[in-house]
Design a protein. Structure first.
Length: 483
């Protein structure tokens, strides 16, 4: 991050706080305004509101060991409730523009790997256990210590990798990039559009949204990202009403039949803390919880560092403000997600959209969380934003986060190679955790090869060892006879 940007994001002589809310959230002190925080809160919500549709689809489409399925309406309510409560708590107690909701990837693990082995109550009990274990790691200081042990250059690489990752997510969500079916036997995994060319109105909306967003950003227009999301949503609604479109994906941009819907809290509290041990055995449970903890642990770590770096909130040592509190809230979110049967909730990298809009404090979380709370009753109207209208924000923010790549010393191979692997593996494997793991293992290996093993913090040795187990989990399960 350039000195100019640091100065802009963290002014040395901030204006005095205008009221007690300003003082509490340190809005003026961090060089922000109420307007920026509100716009950022809206941008973050609309960029991640897809989870209200996607999480019920993923969890609701799976069956547990006994053939039971979760109710889609109840899942929507649980997803919105946990996102609202935990996002607001993060804003008030953590004072970071970091929203939380059911974690993608983790929900798929619950639906297709864990639930088939046990009942839904037992599966959600494992999520609660995972969250409690993460909270213990936070309370003991281990989770925060690991983050402080990471070299600054690797932290910057994590931010850059996340930038590429979320840009890739934007391209894929919008249908600008699609996976080539394996039936063709091709060695090229992705392609432009659905057939190698761009076609269809939805993709056009995305392309126009990208052009509008980058144009507004280049002109330094306030509210650029939010303006783009709203404008493209209106355009998508108009296009959908006059054109014959087969599918927009998860969310169709049409005016809903009704505005208010009744929430159903039927899933809250339906979990069994230790039931899984009786269903599958201790070894299987331990391996499942280990996978969940490691993924959640480092996925959040990367997200927190990346968002804080982009917001200009890291201190001179590259450390996140209120880190212990932030990590504890994130662990509590996992517990809340399991207790509500909406899967593990975690920090969302889409919060970068709000940061790109100007968010610098937890006040923006009050807006994002408030919108999720409204979604409990106004889901029909708040979920009309198609991915094609929201995805341009991810592409634009990906660019903003990518700019930190210039701060890495590429002539120093002992840090450049781990940084490269961190950056490359994230988008190529569609996982923040995998990228961090690749960087850690490479860093420890290269330092050892160069005779500098003593320079590696012991926590990085431990984390790298865990990642070796994580990457080799399949053969380990086979050796232990749990597969």
């Amino acid at each position: 991050m350039s000195e100019t940007k640091k100065a802009a994001d963290r002014p040395t002589a901030p204006p005095p706080a205008v009221n007690s809310v300003d003082r509490f959230f340190r809005i003026s002190e961090r060089g922000s305004t109420f307007g920026r925080e509100i716009r950022g809160g809206f941008a973050t919500f609309f960029t991640m509101a897809y989870i209200l549709v996607l999480n019920p689809i993923i969890l609701g489409s799976a069956k547990d060991k006994f053939g039971h399925q979760l109710d889609a309406v109840q899942l929507t309510t649980a997803t919105a409730l946990v996102a609202a409560v935990m996002t607001i708590i993060m804003g008030v107690a953590g004072n970071l523009p970091l929203a939380l909701a059911a974690g993608l990837g983790l929900n798929a693990v619950v639906a297709f790997q864990i639930a088939p082995l046990m009942s839904w109550d037992d599966a959600m009990g494992l999520i609660v256990l995972e969250g409690l274990l993460i909270c213990v790691l936070v309370v003991t200081g281990l989770r925060e210590a690991v983050m402080h042990a990471i070299p600054q250059a690797l932290k910057q690489a994590i931010s850059v990798g996340i930038g590429l990752f979320i840009a890739f997510i934007g391209f894929v969500d919008a249908g600008f990039v699609t996976r080539i079916p394996d039936v063709a036997g091709t060695t090229v995994p992705v392609q432009l559009g659905g057939t190698g060319t761009l076609s269809g109105w939805p993709v056009l909306v995305f392309c126009l949204g990208v052009l509008l967003t980058v144009g507004l950003l280049a002109r330094k227009v306030r509210g650029a990202i939010l303006i783009s999301i709203v404008t493209m949503t209106v355009l998508a609604i108009v296009i959908n009403s006059i054109a014959d479109i087969k599918s927009w994906g998860l969310t169709t941009p049409s005016l809903p039949d009704k505005i208010v819907d009744t929430p159903d809290f039927g899933l809250l509290g339906h979990f069994s803390l230790f039931g899984a041990f009786g269903e599958t055995g201790a070894v299987t449970v331990v391996l499942l919880v280990f996978t969940l903890v490691l993924s959640d642990f480092f996925d959040t770590m990367g997200t927190v560092v990346g968002i804080s770096a982009e917001a200009g909130l890291l201190d001179d040592k590259g450390q996140v403000p209120n880190l212990g509190r932030v990590l504890l809230i994130d662990g509590a979110a996992a517990v809340a997600g399991g207790a509500a049967s909406s899967s593990s909730a975690t920090s969302y990298i889409e919060s970068a959209a709000g940061v790109g809009e100007g968010s610098r404090t937890g006040f923006s979380n009050l807006v994002t969380g408030g919108l999720f709370a409204l979604a409990l009753f106004l889901t029909p109207i708040l979920t009309i934003v198609p991915l094609q209208a929201a995805a341009p924000a991810l592409v634009a923010v990906g660019f903003l986060m990518m700019t930190q790549v210039k701060n890495i010393d590429w002539d120093k191979y002992e840090i450049a190679i781990p940084a490269f692997l961190t950056i490359a593996v994230m988008p190529f494997t569609y996982s923040i955790t995998n990228g961090i793991g690749a960087g850690f293992v490479a860093y420890v290996l290269i330092k050892t090869v160069l005779g500098k093993a003593k320079e590696v913090h012991w926590l990085l040795w431990g984390a790298s060892a865990l990642f070796v187990v994580y990457f080799a989990i399949d053969p380990i399960e086979q050796v232990l006879g749990v597969k």
